[in-house]
Design a protein around this ligand. Structure first.
Ligand SMILES: *Cc1c(COP(=O)(O)O)cnc(C)c1O
Length: 471
């Protein structure tokens, strides 16, 4: 474990007089969290409103244990208020709403840019908000992936998110190339879960001349590993490759500096850490060095400059920057989700959030190791169940999430967690991803999660539920 986190925890423990693994200590940390007021900006679900909870096992009025913001962020209270106002506008003025009011619908995507662009370290003109993440990845690759006989490969992680894998595979086929020879999927070393930066740099050095595009995720969805984006981008550029990052799990989780890192393009969804609602409006970044290059792309009327768009002349005047990659008119209801999130984000900064997150996830790591680590002296002697953490221990190489890898099939564990009001994420056979989100989770949530996990494991062991499934 990182020594700065260890220092933080032991200093706070001494200051409070509470033992490191006690509930009192968790409550003390929650109470002294300078961002604690942000939780109240969200609707935090109660035990009784979660489906599949066994109300005989929990207090129905208590808050649930929400550790799934890596999958779907909680709902900002502001979102409903903004949505209500837009519904009223629609009801009251119909088509005039395109140009009137706090969120003129024809420009509702642009209304989000001043808030969103700093979160990826970009200028507003380099960002467009539209579509879903995978659609944006297709739009970007359509323009930026130009394979030649000599340089035709796309480099990605072997365990890339399936949607990214399929998008890249199909883009290679669409350009008349063969995924078997053009799709370069990088595996971790034997027996390891995460990729080492040195191995990524190595493959760039060896194969860089044949790589057209490096299309990695900023944070690996499965392991929670945060890649060294500036180092990888610079190494790929030295070999003449273009670099595009999928920031699905990095956006609003960790600070991102796309301009400073000189990234070529990027895309991300906003419904995970960005709390924009299921299927929310996704983002696209195109470095300003391509602002006027008019490369071939998929076009629509929203690619046309605003000033002459409605002349309907069929003479395209391409908009500059990321705006020129837009296709359709923007969906008001999805822009509302972003505006609601930005209302909350206004009250903090990604640097403050990150500082909290490093401690919160460090505390989470400490409790997991303490109670469930294979070599922990505190693990119940008779227990055969233990877990290891796939996510790097170094805070610089991870965001909020930890991926816990068990030595058992976690199907029953997951089921029992859900019954006790836990929202987390399972990847069968043996991985649970759990995420304390800096915006709304606190140390008490983390303590309750680990405590519930330990209770469930002991309960199942007493019932001999793991017989035959231990490996
Ligand atoms: C969440 C996620 C997606 C989801 O794609 P959508 O197009 O938004 O459905 C894609 N890729 C990665 C890496 C993700 O984490």
């Amino acid at each position: 474990m990182s020594s700065t986190i260890q220092d933080f925890l032991s200093t706070q423990s001494k200051k409070s007089g509470f033992a490191l693994d006690s509930r009192e200590f968790a409550d003390f940390l929650s109470e002294n969290d300078s961002l604690k007021a942000l939780r109240n900006e969200f609707h935090y679900p109660k035990m009784k409103t979660l489906p599949q909870v066994d109300l005989s096992l929990v207090n129905p009025e208590e808050e649930c244990i929400y550790m799934c913001g890596n999958s779907l962020g909680l709902m900002p209270k502001a979102t409903k208020e903004i949505m209500d106002r837009q519904f009223e506008k629609w009801a009251g003025m119909g088509v005039f709403g395109h140009t009137e009011g706090e969120l003129p619908w024809a420009h509702c995507d642009e209304c989000t840019l001043d808030g969103i662009a700093p979160l990826v370290g970009a200028e507003p003109s380099e960002v467009a908000m539209m579509n879903g993440l995978t659609v944006n990845l297709h739009i970007l690759l359509t323009s930026f992936y130009k394979p030649t006989e000599k340089r035709h490969k796309i480099l990605l992680e072997s365990r890339a998110f399936p949607s990214d894998h399929y998008a890249i595979e199909s883009q290679i086929r669409l350009k008349g190339f063969d995924p078997a020879t053009s799709m370069l999927c990088l595996d971790p070393r034997e027996g390891e879960d995460c990729l080492r930066t040195e191995d990524i740099l190595d493959v760039l050095e060896r194969e860089g001349d044949s790589i057209a595009v490096v299309a990695f995720s900023g944070i690996q969805y499965y392991t929670g590993q945060l890649f060294d984006m500036p180092t990888i981008t610079a190494a790929a550029h030295r070999k003449g490759c273009l670099v595009g990052w999928d920031l699905a799990h990095a956006f609003a989780n960790v600070p991102i500096h796309l301009d400073q890192w000189d990234v070529d393009f990027a895309c991300w969804c906003t419904y995970k850490y960005g709390s924009s609602g299921a299927g929310g409006m996704a983002g696209l970044y195109v470095n300003k060095r391509f602002a006027k290059d008019e490369r071939v792309r998929m076009l629509g009327w929203w690619s046309h400059k605003m000033s002459t768009r409605f002349l309907m002349s069929n003479q395209l005047e391409l908009d500059e920057g990321a705006a020129g990659f837009r296709i359709s008119n923007p969906p008001m209801m999805l822009a509302v989700g972003l505006m609601g999130f930005l209302e909350v984000y206004k009250k903090t900064s990604i640097e403050q959030l990150r500082a909290k997150s490093i401690n919160l996830t460090g505390y989470f790591e400490h409790l997991v190791r303490h109670h469930l680590g294979a070599d922990s002296p505190h693990r119940k002697k008779s227990s055969k169940v233990s877990c290891s953490i796939m996510t790097p221990s170094d805070p610089a190489q991870r965001g909020c999430q930890l991926s816990l890898k068990f030595n058992i099939d976690i199907a029953k564990v997951y089921q029992e967690l859900v019954k006790r009001g836990v929202a987390c994420d399972k990847r069968y056979p043996n991985v649970i991803r759990a995420t304390p989100v800096h915006f709304y989770n606190n140390y008490t949530d983390v303590w309750r999660f680990v405590q519930t996990l330990v209770d469930v494991v002991l309960h199942l062991e007493e019932e001999h539920a793991f017989n035959g499934s231990l490996n």
